[in-house]
Unconditional design. Sequence first.
Length: 148
Amino acid sequence: METQKLVITSPAYNNEGAIPEKYTCDGEGINPPFEIERLPENTVTLAMIAEDPDAPNGTFMHWVVWNMDAVNSIKENSKPGISGKNGAGRTGYYAPCPPDGTHRYFFYVYALDTDLNLPGNADKMLLQRAMRGHILAQGKIMGHYTRK
């Protein structure tokens, strides 16, 4: 089965654009809002993985979340679904806070055909394993941030 493509946008920034300070460690540290288009009709839940591949010690997880309602938007400063373990070892959204230079932040969204049965402290690897065979569609948006 071929995976369909979701269209992910944000009213806060354009794809490959700068993430506003509000959504970083230099601002309010809240998650940005997202709009999701082309959700398959049989979508049961959504999952999201947000990561920084430019982190000094390898890819840093900023948000791992699943069992989100199958809706067309994620509100800013929201707690959708169940959040797993981020790169700081805590759950929830971890705002961009690059130690140096400009970093890229990828937000991947997955439309799934089921609820996932995962413990609340699951990490990216466990989420990816649980999603196998259940991804109906996926998409991404990337933003970058440079600290002043």
